[in-house]
Design a protein around this ligand. Sequence first.
Ligand code: ARG
Length: 463
Amino acid sequence: MTEKPWGGVFREATDQRVELFTESISFDRRLYRQDIAGSIAHARMLAAVGLLTRDEAAQIVKALEEIREEIDAGNFEFRVGWEDIHMHIERVLIERLGDVGRKLHTARSRNDQVATDFRLWVRDAIDTILPLVRKLQAAFVNRCEADFDCVLPGYTHLRRAQPVLAPHYWLAYCEKFERDYQRLLDCRKRVNICPLGSAALAGTSLPIDRHMTARELQFDEPSPNSIDATSDRDFAVEFVFDLALLAVHLSHWAEEWIVWSSEEFGFLKLPEGFCTGSSIMPQKINPDVLELIRGKTARVLGHLQQLFVLLKGLPLAYHRDLQEDKPGVFDAYDTVVGCLEVAIPLVELTELNRSRIEESLERGHLDATTLMEYLISRGIPQRTAHSLVGRIVREAMDRQCRLADLPLEVFRMADPSLDANVYSVLGVKNAVQAFRSYGSTCPEEVRKQVERWRERLARDLGA
Ligand code: ARG
């Protein structure tokens, strides 16, 4: 029988099956640094308000620091019967300090303790992931110069639509990842609230200083309502939502580059160090890293769903259900960090297959829209211009040629006043140049985007 800190009222020992079923140490050991940081702040606060002597607090802080070093070094025994990380650390503290150790849990409960630990952990996780997002954006931005003159077919419905500059594509991803970045930063504000001192749910009758604890842990402020603070896991849902959308954005990109690096498209050459082979087909060089990025997105989305379902219908305040909040959050974080860590070098090292892109570029009449807009600028109503160009495109299809290869009389059938100047918007290179609206794909606009990104990243990366 393992002695429990909560065992006073019990006359029977905990069934071993229950110990196995209820333990969380197998995963919440991951919170040990946060748990110890929270306890140190709590001990200092207890001393400041006179609930511990200075000497007692100093002993506690010192012992906790030693425990942290032991866990860091792998010299700490974890036991299922000791339930969770909070009880492990407290138990060892009591073993070492006796009655002084028994005072640490004054004016707190595991309910506010775990909420505090988890918020500290999510805050650290956000602080780790933000620079990785920036690095991924930098990888795209750093390609822009070398890829600047490369025109790619832009797609809608995965059908050729309009020509775009390669850096315009790269920066489209930067914008998506920027929203992820800003969302995480914004989430951090709501994470950074200190529940410690809310105790079990109602607070405490002891004269604690919650503002001090919050300050010690670099939280922005103490939580204003103890019942909410011990039951709230919104911050975890928000965090996983932000990760899920980030993962979805990664999956867009991964899917696109899987397609673009296929034999059929041939636009990209993936670095071989980031591909794997087949055990039966000797010729295969597969994009497994990109496939796994796409595939792992599913796990992150699953964790978001699990958290929502976990929380749905729970009355106030703490319930043991909440213990189930951590594994999915940890895994969502690990998964997204893992994806980012391989996405960054993939973006850096993948090469454009310019000759393949060039030779296919004139297929699909990517210049049809600029031709239509040319007619519009000469006073033809859009709907009319659209259908005239539709007929011209049909003519080109029948002749199996580009719009630019059609003789002038074909264009004159649409608009008799047209002259050879019409060819200035035809051909993919001309078509790209013809764009001019803010945020569009013409070189001047894309150049502005690149500059904006360079400045933003330089500011943030301190480069
Ligand atoms: N291991 C628990 C969790 O993660 C800690 C809080 C336990 N509180 C309680 N009243 N049983 O939620």
